[in-house]
Design a protein around this ligand. Structure first.
Ligand code: ATP
Length: 460
């Protein structure tokens, strides 16, 4: 298996020092499990989101994009079951003051042999006592009773200017936006089942055990789509999206040895199948994305709670039915973390020095090209070159320090190409272009640069 050189600490430090990602509200001591994307990080994440949209929306004529509101009618969350049952069973360790999920404690203690799905709070508490399940942090068994913990953040809307504010929820998942717009999209586009609705947007979860940098945060972005299909075709689409989801992350640069499918053995009562794609993060194998067969549950519940008929009328057979849904959902932040971990490399050079290099797929690299005048007195010419290139690509410009140090800086942020302007450039309008991975340089005419770079950064 390909060795991963990244550790979480190395990634967090590099992200901070190079401007990928900073701790949220850092000057106030931070705000736990929030992260701010800096100048380099925002480019990386935007490129990842663009690649996803290109693959799943632009290149698939049967998928329609939307951007639904974060704040939704609170009844949506009754229909989805979040208000009633999205509560995780929380226990606090009285000794070390850490918070845990009772079901996870039981499942980890039994090494996955016992499923806490369907256990009542009393049954879980009894199991924990009888099997001497201890706090994984301090080793003591001194828990509070289980309390249901609803991970939806609430806010309120002052409707009247008086005290009677209406509770409003920050959405814990984006997919409800697709379900409530199923008929709008179908009618306005004249889409025929099977078709999909996709979106990228923020979700918020008051997670019990957030942490591990971007892996589990309380505010994150999801890239997801819902495929609406006939029930008899649903397992085919489920399998198709498993493959498409895997191919996408491989094409972005995740090594196939660091990826695996993980089928769920506990299924929601309405689901026929569910699986994750897991990635070998520095913290171990963990979920990267999910593919879920959701049956007709979501649309049926919205029909029940809204009173609106969610049936689709097949124009050929005249059959009326509620479509079955296959969901594919991946966290943009979690994928960013996976790609950073995969790309991180420490290479020992011939001169004994170590260079840190991010072998990011060029299509998602924050800057595609760095423009570097060999000496400061070449900066006018270098800026002319920059002004040609930045019409096409995100570029960095750097004239400070030795050329070797400047190359290293670009290696650390994954810039695939560095263009150096030297004295020959003034004579013959040629530059050197250095490849990040091989460190080889070739000489090209300035007028050849755009084409050369464009061909090498495409995401197909
Ligand atoms: P997990 O089991 O890790 O909590 P989940 O099964 O609850 O995830 P889904 O609700 O299926 O996740 O969400 C789809 C995707 O959204 C996940 O595969 C993950 O990539 C991302 N995601 C979910 N929760 C978080 C979070 N708290 N922080 C960052 N990304 C998240």
């Amino acid at each position: 298996m390909k060795e991963m050189k990244a550790t979480m600490d190395k990634i967090v430090n590099l992200c901070k020092s190079r401007g990928f990602i900073f701790q949220g509200s850092e000057i106030y001591g931070g705000f736990a499990n929030t992260w701010d994307f800096g100048p380099i990080g925002v480019e990386l994440k935007n490129n990842i989101k663009r690649a996803w949209w290109k693959r799943f929306v632009q290149e698939d004529p049967s998928t329609y994009g939307i951007d639904a509101a974060i704040l939704m009618n609170p009844t949506v969350w009754q229909a989805s079951g979040h208000i009633e049952s999205f509560g995780d069973p929380k226990m606090d360790c009285k000794n070390c003051k850490t918070r845990h999920r009772a079901d996870t404690l039981i499942e980890n203690h039994s090494k996955g042999k016992v499923s806490a799905e369907g256990m009542s709070n009393e049954e879980m508490e009894k199991y924990i006592e009888e099997h001497d399940v201890r706090c994984p942090v301090c080793g003591k068994r001194d828990f509070t009773p289980i309390r249901k913990f609803n991970p939806m953040f609430t806010t309120s809307r002052d409707m009247t200017g008086e005290a009677s504010n209406e509770v409003v929820y920050l959405r814990p998942e984006t997919c409800q936006g697709e379900y409530v717009n199923f008929l709008n999209v179908q009618r306005s586009t004249r889409a025929k089942v099977p078709f999909a609705i996709a979106q990228i947007g923020k979700s918020f979860r008051n997670e019990i055990t957030p942490g591990n940098f971007l892996f589990r945060t309380i505010e994150f972005e999801q890239m997801e789509l819902q495929k609406f299909c006939k029930d008899e075709d649903s397992m085919n689409y489920y399998n198709e999206y498993k493959e498409k989801a895997l191919q996408f992350v491989k094409d972005l640069g995740l090594d196939c040895e660091h990826l695996r499918f993980h089928d769920h053995d506990k299924l929601a009562h309405y689901a026929k199948a569910a699986c994750d794609i897991q990635f070998l993060f520095p913290i171990g194998w963990q979920e990267l994305n999910g593919i879920h067969h959701r049956g007709t549950w979501d649309l049926s519940r919205h029909q029940e709670f809204s009173g609106k008929n969610m049936n689709y009328l097949d124009p050929v057979t005249n059959e009326k039915f509620i479509p079955t849904v296959i969901e594919y959902s991946i966290g943009a932040d979690r994928l960013t973390l996976a790609l950073l971990c995969e790309a991180y490399d420490e290479e020992v050079l011939d001169n004994g020095e170590t260079r840190v290099v991010m072998h990011l797929n060029p299509s998602i690299a924050p800057y595609k090209v760095a423009v570097l005048p060999l000496q400061k007195n070449l900066s006018d010419k270098a800026k002319d070159v920059l002004n040609i290139l930045n019409k096409e690509f995100m570029c960095d410009y750097d004239e400070a320090g030795s050329i070797g140090k400047r190359y290293r800086r670009q290696d650390e942020i994954g810039t695939p190409f560095a263009v150096t302007i030297d004295f020959d450039t003034l004579e013959n309008n040629t530059v050197t272009i250095r490849d990040r991975d091989s460190m080889e340089q070739i000489r090209l005419g300035i007028d050849e640069l755009v084409d050369y770079i464009q061909k090498r950064i495409k995401f197909n």
